[in-house]
Design a protein around this ligand. Structure first.
Ligand code: PGA
Length: 249
C-alpha cells in the first residue's frame, strides 16, 4: 500500500507570523503516523517560517506553490527552484489550475518548470484537470493526457519516477462541488496507465477540489486515490489536524 499524502495548498494566505501560529496549533494536534505524510505549500514568503517550524518532524514537508524555470537572474517577482530549496522546501506544485487559468501558464511552461524542479532535487507535484466544458464535452481523459504529455515528455526517467500527480478538476476547486469518488478514480486509473505505458512505476496520484472533513472518507475509500491536495479546508489548523489524523483508509 502506498503511503497516503495529505497536501495543504495555502494559496495566497498565511504570512510568516500567521504560518508560525498555525503550526503552533497544528503540531501538538497531529502526531506523526507511519502510514501518511503531510506536506504544506505556503506562499513563498512564508516558506522559511514553515520549514523552520516543522524541522523536527520528518513526516512533514514544506513545498513551494510555483517556480520560474530559470535558476537565477533578472526575473522580478519570480522564485526559482534552487531558491526554494534554500528555504527548506522539498517539493513544488507545478501547473496548478490557478496558474494555468489565472496566470495563463501553458503546457510548455509546465514542462520547463517540472524539469527545473526535478533538477533542483524537489519533488514535482504536477497538477492536471479539466474545465467543466471539457468534462461536459467528454474530453476529460484527453485533456489530462495532453497535460501529462505536455509536462512530462522528455523528462529523464529518474526524474519522472519522483513525480506526484494531483488530479484537480477545475470545476471542483473552491466551488464546494467535487467529483464523485468513482469519477476521480477513473481519471486516476487513466493517469497511472499513462505513466505505466512510459515504463514508470506507479506514482502517488492525489485528488483535489473541495475536499473537506465530510467527503474525505468516501474519496479515500477509493484505492486509486493516494491522498489529497486541499485548499480551503487546510487553512484552519484544528480542522486540518483532524482531517489528517482521523481519516482512515
Ligand atoms: P480547494 O482547493 O480545496 O479549496 O477546492 C484545492 C486546490 O486548489 O488545490
Amino acid at each position: 500500500m502506498r503511503r497516503l499524502l495529505f497536501a495543504a495548498n495555502w494559496k495566497m494566505h498565511l504570512a510568516p507570523a500567521d504560518a508560525r501560529a498555525y503550526l503552533q496549533n497544528f503540531l501538538p494536534a497531529y502526531a506523526a503516523r507511519t502510514d501518511r505524510d503531510v506536506w504544506f505549500f505556503p506562499p513563498a514568503i512564508s516558506l522559511e517560517a514553515v520549514s523552520h517550524a516543522i524541522a523536527r518532524r520528518p513526516d512533514l514537508r514544506s513545498g513551494v506553490q510555483d517556480v520560474y524555470w530559470e535558476p537565477k537572474g533578472a526575473f522580478t517577482g519570480a522564485v526559482s527552484a534552487p531558491l526554494a530549496v534554500q528555504t527548506g522546501a522539498g517539493a513544488a506544485l507545478i501547473g496548478h489550475s490557478e496558474r494555468r487559468h489565472v496566470f495563463g501558464e501553458t503546457d510548455g511552461d509546465t514542462q520547463k518548470k517540472v524539469a527545473a524542479v526535478a533538477a533542483a532535487g524537489l519533488v514535482p507535484v504536477l497538477c492536471v484537470g479539466e474545465l467543466l466544458a471539457e468534462r461536459d464535452a467528454g474530453k476529460t481523459l484527453a485533456v489530462v493526457s495532453r497535460q501529462l504529455e505536455g509536462a512530462l515528455t522528455d523528462l529523464p526517467a529518474a526524474a519522472l519516477a519522483t513525480v506526484v500527480v494531483a488530479y484537480e478538476p477545475v470545476w471542483a476547486i473552491g466551488t464546494g462541488r467535487n467529483a464523485t469518488p468513482a469519477d476521480a478514480a477513473a481519471v486516476h486509473r487513466h493517469i497511472r496507465q499513462w505513466l505505466r505505458a512510459r515504463g514508470q512505476a506507479v506514482p502517488r496520484v492525489l485528488y483535489g477540489g473541495s475536499v473537506n472533513l465530510k467527503n474525505i472518507a468516501d474519496l479515500l475509500a477509493e484505492d486509486e486515490l493516494d491522498g489529497v491536495l486541499v485548499g480551503g479546508a487546510s487553512l484552519d489548523p484544528a480542522g486540518w489536524a483532524q482531517l489528517v489524523q482521523t481519516t482512515a483508509r
